[in-house]
Write a protein that binds this ligand. Sequence first.
Ligand code: PPE
Length: 310
Amino acid sequence: MPLTPTKKIWMDGEIVNWEDAQVHVLTHTLHYGTGAFEGIRAYKTDRGPAVFRLREHIVRLFNSAKIFMIEVPFTVDELVEATKEMVRVNDMGDGCYIRPLVYLGYGEMGLNPLPCPVRVAIAVWPWGAYLGDEGLENGITLKVSSWVRHDPNAMPTAAKGVGMYVNSSLAKVEALKSGYDEAVLLASDGQVSECTGENLFVVRGGVIYTPHSSDAGALEGITQDSVITIANDLGYEVRQGTILRTDLYLADEAFLTGTAAEVVPVRAVDDRIVGEGRRGPMTTEIQRTYFSAVRGELPQYEHWLDRVDS
Ligand code: PPE
């Protein structure tokens, strides 16, 4: 998706102009992929922009860094404040996507990352519906990928690591080239893991199922967690456990969740129509509630919002 430049980017404690946020070509992470990032959204509310579950995202960034033994030279509080500052100084009153990145900078080469300087950047930009407005409304198509999700002992699936997304990109390209919107990756034991940048839910017989992230080698999604809470509050039963590809084929409804993607209905998987082949009633209700929550319209979810102007 093309970027819309904003004004300022936070780099290592300094605020620099968008076009000056540059790194050297021998930046370590560019070569070896060791680093961690986050994807966060801010939404427009009636009391100025609010960042959704900001602290949880920043804590996950630190956890990812810890797995890679990268010591972030800032505190959680400092990056929480810096994130809000970026939303403010870039006038993102209508909402935006936020990308914090922890990476290894210039000065060392070779596989040992430990002596590398640790760098941190936070950028924001306006980002519309990640899988398209049409997808949000009418659902997208999925292809079970021939690429298998990371084995947790080959790549730490609990981390949102920079180089780990090579696996997602391979699956995404395969799905797009085959005429589908998005890929589903299976874990090496054959169970459904997640999509390239989203967690997955299916509805069967009125019950909602989603893979248990640590068993399925999926990222523990913050949107997934929010949607589980929302679905429970709406009175639905949610079970976390093993899902097979045939559960996708036979689902009454299916949907994806992610910060960028938000809540996206699935209308077909491997050319099998899911349910009625359009956004199902439970998906619609959960999607609507999610969008109301992030926009600050539901007092019971107010604690998920971090107001930028207060
Ligand atoms: N799984 C993967 C592999 C993943 O990358 C994401 C987020 C999720 C699940 C959902 O996690 P959460 O955002 O906490 O609900 N993917 C981010 C990256 C998207 C991108 O294109 O880059 C995101 O949604 O921001």
